[in-house]
Design a protein around this ligand. Structure first.
Ligand SMILES: NC(=O)c1ccc[n+]([C@@H]2O[C@H](COP(=O)([O-])OP(=O)(O)OC[C@H]3O[C@@H](n4cnc5c(N)ncnc54)[C@H](OP(=O)(O)O)[C@@H]3O)[C@@H](O)[C@H]2O)c1
Length: 268
């Protein structure tokens, strides 16, 4: 049976705790919830989903998995106490944005690290998490981590850590781009005289249906665009405006800026 410590039980930490319990990857007796402030420890205890401990508790040394779910800026201080208590053979899984494996290894004086980049839909087990691992991690341990992460949605293993900046720009930030596009679809409907709730239903169901179509169908994205956009028709009129305003290039430029920012914010 796994014994798991989750360090930092804010938004993400609690999502992982609840997902692991839901899929019976761990039971409550073997789940340690680690928080710094007494107030948070008390509210975690009231939830009754695991054993609440502090970062220097020796019981953490019994865990085969330690999850780092604190903000990147809190890690350095945390590492001072954590490195005294983690088991040298455990796997440390970090979801801290931008914090490189080599930095975690040296701060914790620990070898076995997995770095993952989840996104917001993990909240409803529909997340996309890309992850990479330090060279020395065994296949068994990579699969163990994959089983944990997949309780929150789909997972993808990447060999090269440096690709995580592009992942951050695409799937990490991606939900916000989707919400942005949806918002403008709804606004456009309202602008054309539709009630907001009508516009919102039309936009949401259109996105949902279109997603399932591309996910289940055989055609390429270009072919699907052609299936909707007949010559001289309404869709073509809209696409012509998008192209004249270089929308495709703007999207690529936006994501490249996000990737660049991820690199600038990296903690090495
Ligand atoms: N939210 C997302 O969509 C998302 C997506 C991808 C990656 N991430 C990454 O996930 C991590 C957590 O994000 P979050 O949104 O869950 O943050 P959060 O809600 O602020 O949770 C972090 C928790 O860690 C606690 N903490 C800080 N220092 C600690 C210490 N020394 N020991 C134990 N607990 C400590 C914080 O307590 P205090 O508030 O008292 O400091 C807080 O409860 C971040 O590194 C972020 O980059 C988040």
């Amino acid at each position: 049976m796994n014994k798991i410590a989750i360090i930092g039980c804010g938004n993400m930490g609690l999502i992982y705790a609840n997902s692991f319990l839901r899929y019976k990857i761990v039971n409550q007796d073997n789940l340690l919830l680690v928080e710094k402030s007494i107030d948070k420890q008390n509210s975690l205890s009231a939830m009754n989903i695991g054993k609440v401990v502090t970062t220097d508790d020796k019981i953490i040394s019994e865990c085969n998995i330690v999850i780092l779910a604190v903000k990147p800026q809190d890690f350095k201080e945390l590492a001072q106490s954590l490195k005294q208590v983690i088991n040298p053979t455990c796997v440390v899984l970090s979801i801290m944005a931008g914090t490189e494996i080599s930095f975690i290894q040296s701060a914790l004086n620990h070898q076995f690290i997995v770095r993952a980049m989840p996104n917001l839909p993990v909240e409803i087990s529909m997340g996309m998490t890309a992850f990479t691992a330090s060279d020395n991690l065994s296949q068994d341990n990579i699969m163990l981590v994959e089983n944990l992460l997949s309780t929150t949605g789909r997972t993808l293993y990447l060999k090269e850590e440096k690709q995580l900046n592009a992942v951050t720009a695409l799937s990490g930030s991606g939900p916000a781009y989707f919400f942005y596009f949806m918002k403008h679809l709804v606004d456009a409907g309202v602008n054309m005289g539709l009630d907001e709730h009508v516009s919102s239903i039309l936009a949401k169901q259109t996105m949902l249906g279109s997603f399932h179509l591309i996910n289940n169908g055989q055609k390429t994205l270009e072919d699907y665009i052609k299936s909707v956009a007949s010559k001289g028709g309404t869709t073509e009129a809209a696409l012509k405006t998008f192209n004249e305003n270089h929308m495709g290039e703007v999207i690529i430029k936006g994501l490249k800026n996000a990737e660049k920012r991820a690199e600038e914010l990296s903690i090495k």
